[in-house]
Design a protein around this ligand. Structure first.
Ligand SMILES: Nc1nc2c(ncn2[C@@H]2O[C@H](COP(=O)(O)OP(=O)(O)OP(=O)(O)O)[C@@H](O)[C@H]2O)c(=O)[nH]1
Ligand SMILES: [Mg+2]
Length: 293
């Protein structure tokens, strides 16, 4: 069987997590319209009779205006080493940027084979797609997809398989991610905060799991999460008037947690402040960022 590892890299918002979720067929990584949504390397595994492909989702390249972002950049760069193939994703619905071209050149000039994947083709004009394909095709093999519409995704998997070696499975048959339920629960809450708050607030949020316990009769999870933010002013916005914002976010998160866990969830959330934690090496470590192996 074909078996191998594929790093999915590209600038923030390119559609990396969305594409992996669609290929794997489960939500292994959270998605939002805001850049820098993914903070860790997250593995998503596709297992079929004829193959196993281990995809590494990665943080977006390149923004390092604080220590957390530098840690994330290192995670993305390290994830693109020691893999069988790199997928370099480019959101080209308004054309290919110079930054994308420069980065693609850099990776295509390395030892690991690179496929350029043009994303979001459902929202771009055909003529622009043709010119982007020509331009990128001169650098490396290029495949256009729309993860949202499922367009050309099967074809992309075929192209990936052509580049992977024969080998044994790296993960058991039923494993779809390397991440725990606890991690996914905290990511679901972070996703809702990304969707429901603006500006710097969601980027300055981290989640701590205080309690994650199945009730004695096995029918319900009791979950208690802390939302860590950077400033008292952010805490006030996250809580909202008479707690309205945090209620909305928590209720939205609870529904997804129930779907994910397949059980009722009793969720409590608290907002806490850790001043400027994104520039503190010890607090970044405490939240588990940058520790992918
Ligand atoms: N129209 C369209 N939108 C898409 C498609 N794929 C992803 N998106 C949207 O693009 C935005 C970013 O998607 P993500 O999958 O979070 O992008 P990412 O590359 O993982 O982003 P970071 O984790 O921030 O680096 C979200 O709003 C997605 O819904 C697509 O095929 N078509
Ligand atoms: Mg992502």
């Amino acid at each position: 069987m074909k078996s191998g590892t594929v790093a999915v890299i590209g600038r923030a918002n390119a559609g990396k997590s969305t594409l992996i979720n669609v290929i794997v067929g489960e939500k292994v990584s959270i998605v939002s319209p805001k850049p820098q949504t993914t903070r860790d390397r997250i593995l998503g595994v596709l297992t079929r009779e004829d193959c196993q492909i281990v995809f590494a989702d990665t943080p977006g390249l390149y923004r390092a205006d604080n220590l957390l972002n530098s840690v994330m950049q290192k995670t993305a760069e390290d994830s693109a080493k020691d893999v069988d193939l790199i997928l370099f994703l480019i959101d080209c619905h308004t054309g290919v940027s110079e930054k994308d071209k420069t980065l693609l050149f850099k990776y295509a000039g390395g030892k690991i084979p690179v496929i350029a994947v043009l994303t979001k083709i459902d929202i771009m004009p055909e003529t622009l797609l043709i010119s982007c394909l020509k331009e990128m095709g001169e650098i490396t093999e290029t495949v256009p997809v729309s993860a949202r519409k499922g367009k050309n995704v099967k074809e992309l998997v075929k192209v990936i398989l052509n580049r992977l070696p024969d080998g044994e499975k790296l993960f058991e048959q039923d494993i779809i991610s390397d991440r725990s339920e606890k991690f996914m629960i905290s990511e679901i809450l972070r996703e809702k905060i990304l969707l429901k708050t603006d500006k710097e607030i969601p980027h300055g949020v981290a989640i701590t799991v205080n309690k994650f316990a199945l009730s004695e009769d096995g029918t319900r999870y009791d979950i208690s999460l802390d939302i860590i933010c950077e400033r008292a002013a952010h805490k006030a916005i996250l809580i909202g008037k008479q707690g309205s914002k945090i209620k909305e976010i928590s209720s939205y998160a609870r529904q997804d947690m129930e779907k994910f866990l397949g059980r009722k969830v009793f969720l409590t959330t608290y907002v806490k402040v850790k001043e400027d934690w994104r520039n503190s090496a010890s607090l970044i470590k405490e939240h588990g960022y940058g520790e992918n192996d």
